[in-house]
Design a protein around this ligand. Structure first.
Ligand code: TYM
Length: 321
């Protein structure tokens, strides 16, 4: 099985990124082949300060390795280091119907809010399709918000194959996890940088604790029994708690007679513990950015070899070579 996924360096990573996607990258890195990249080309649609983009890209690589991604197993690279993907993106653009892209939520939501949306945002799913198809990926581990884009990728791959009468591209499938396909933010909405409701993976522990203590909760009386499954505070707790702690907390919810302050404290404690090792690894890696740059260079070379072969197939099929 060949695995691929990408993540944008538009800010520091948050719990949604980790529990929805990164955790899966790590679990799947032992497969036949796995490719994970930092989507700096996609990030250009929102990050417009060059030094910041460069720094976020390096930070992203450090974070991924600190969290357990092993660059000797998985291929870890920056999207823009593989120009073959941009070329493939153009080939896919020639089979992409306007209506299909108009229905994609990233673009549709921005337009609905009256925000400026350029061609970069409009064709964003086509570049994403090129990312996926360039490595003959079978499985794309993502959070729920990316599933639509993977469907678009399948449509474009199918359209290209049909137009040229050959199986040029392999059709991928999304892989989402139960319980963390849509991690809630501090306000109960989907955790997202653009909603300003994130818990970052590596923010200083005291700051993280403060944010956790400010998570919005309802005002039902303390005595009332509550359903843990429908509470975003519990949804966050279950991600970092042990199985026994989760069961115990669920029972507490069902019994009633507890305060949300107590849950928040338990959440902050569990989070400290859960990320402690990664935090220590991150500090060591951050002290040696040259090593991380070298990892990315090595990853790019491996990625280019794979993407080059697929691009050539697409060029031949379409009459370019
Ligand atoms: P991005 O950078 O927005 O998010 C990276 C990954 O994190 C997941 N995620 C979440 N999962 C659960 N709950 C949440 N609250 C949450 N927030 C984010 C996302 O689903 C994603 O898996 N377009 C992609 C990047 C990309 C890509 C690709 C992904 C570019 N090319 C090719 C897969 C394959 C994006 O913006 O993800």
């Amino acid at each position: 099985m060949r695995v691929l996924s990408g993540i944008q360096p538009t800010g520091r990573f948050h719990w949604g990124n980790y529990f929805g996607a990164i955790r899966q990258y790590i679990d799947l890195q032992h497969e036949e082949a796995s490719y994970y990249f930092i989507a700096d080309l996609h990030a250009l649609t929102t990050v417009h300060e060059p030094a910041r983009l460069r720094q976020l890209t390096i930070d992203a690589a450090i974070d991924l390795v600190a969290l357990g991604l092993d660059p000797t197993k998985a291929v870890l690279f920056a999207q823009s280091d593989v120009p073959e993907v941009s070329e493939l993106c153009w080939l896919l653009m020639t089979v992409a119907p306007m209506g299909l892209l108009e229905r994609c939520h990233a673009y549709k939501d921005k337009v609905a809010k009256g925000l400026p949306a350029g061609a970069g945002l409009f064709t964003y799913p086509v570049l994403m399709a090129a990312d996926i198809l360039a490595y003959d990926s079978d499985v794309v581990p993502v959070g729920e918000d990316q599933v639509q884009h993977i469907e678009v990728c399948r449509d474009l791959a199918g359209a290209f194959n049909a137009r040229f009468g050959q199986e040029v591209f392999r059709l991928p499938k999304a892989k989402v996890l139960d319980h963390s396909a849509k991690v809630p933010g501090t306000d109960g909405e989907k955790m997202s940088k653009s909603y300003n409701n994130v818990l970052e993976l590596f923010e200083p522990p005291a700051q993280l604790r403060k944010k956790i203590m400010r998570i919005t909760t309802d005002s039902r009386p303390i005595e009332e029994p509550k359903d843990p499954e429908s509470d975003h505070l519990f949804q966050l707790y279950r991600l970092v708690a042990t199985d026994a702690e989760r069961e115990e907390m669920a029972a507490t919810y069902r019994r009633g007679n507890f305060g949300y302050g107590q849950v928040k404290k338990a959440l902050a404690d569990a989070a400290d513990r859960f990320f402690a090792e990664a935090r220590a690894r991150r500090e060591a890696l951050a002290a040696d950015p040259a090593k991380v740059q070298a990892m990315l260079r090595d990853g790019a070379a491996r990625a280019r070899a794979a993407a080059g072969a697929v691009l050539q197939r697409a060029q031949q099929a379409s009459g370019l070579r």
